[in-house]
Design a binder for this molecule. Sequence first.
Ligand code: ADP
Length: 379
Amino acid sequence: MAKVELKGISKVYEGNIRAVDNANITVEDKEFVVFVGPSGCGKSTTLRMVAGLEDISEGELLIDGERMNDTPPKDRNIAMVFQNYALYPHMTVYDNMAFGLRIKKVEKVEIDRRVHEAARILDIEKFLDRKPKALSGGQRQRVAVGRAIVRNPKVFLFDEPLSNLDAKLRVTMRGEISSLHYRLNATMIYVTHDQVEAMTMASKIVVMKDGKVQQIGAPLDLYAYPINKFVAGFIGSPPMNFITVKVTGSGDALELDEGSFKIKPHPNHVADLKKFIGKEVFFGIRPEDLQLVPSQQADSLPVKITVVEPLGADIHLWLTTVGSLAQQVVARTEPIQTFKVNDIVHFVPRLEKARYFDKDTELSALTNAGSKSPIPIAK
Ligand code: ADP
């Protein structure tokens, strides 16, 4: 059992800098939770407070119901894997992995058993006699993970462990860490600025911005039901499009580019749009929810191609609306035809997938978009 609870946790640095502000996060036993957000949003600080490497300024940290605020790191039964691996260069792989256990005065036979078991799990048995400098980046990262495994901790913490690896190796290691989670059946908290890592690895994602938790939820729930424009734009690549539209009629019409085009929102959304009649809102639509149509039709948007990115399986088209405001949009489409810059093409948005955001608060304008109730936390 290892449940980690952050209750109203804040970190205030000297000069009243609130690096983390009132974080309420529950990591259930055996969950793989990813903290994600742009650089400087407070995710490492949050993780370091869980590890005990930073003092907690406000709030309570519980592990299995027990208050840990004042427990030294070594007694929290937590193992952390760092971005820079933090291996001892003069020690062999074996000694690097055994070091923490020797300090704890674990018996030699037991140390040997645990090191070999971890090395087997991570497929690094043949490197046990080598020094870190004779290993590749990926192998070093495995040693760093091995060092965590041998301690048999209640909770594993990972602080951007893959950011020093090249793109291909990152994808491989991503899969390895996921499969490790599956095999060890352990509670893991993982910090990254990379939303793809978050989406692919997490059972639950915590999105942070400016020290504040924005939303917590399963990857696909966050993708489908973002609580605000920030989460909508941060999760997903290419990002969700935001087109400024004016709500007219009785909430059942949208005007785009100063009336150059009109589209009708999906009936499910009309009730929520009523309170914005006469006002502008952000119309959010994901690149894959713009459907290419052969010619102008009702609800279609004429757009001009500015960049064509053929990716093989699909094509990303960077576009501008043809109306007076020339708003930027990106569409993901199948490679069914050749596209040229400056061509005019027509897209119909899948309106049931559209999301709407208040232009002032940037909060979702939809009270119930069929969401599985993601936890609305952002203020
Ligand atoms: P992230 O991991 O999301 O990139 P961090 O948790 O490292 O962000 O940092 C969050 C904020 O706290 C940043 O604005 C950073 O500059 C600030 N910060 C981090 N450490 C300190 C410190 N020792 N003193 C003052 N501010 C700090």
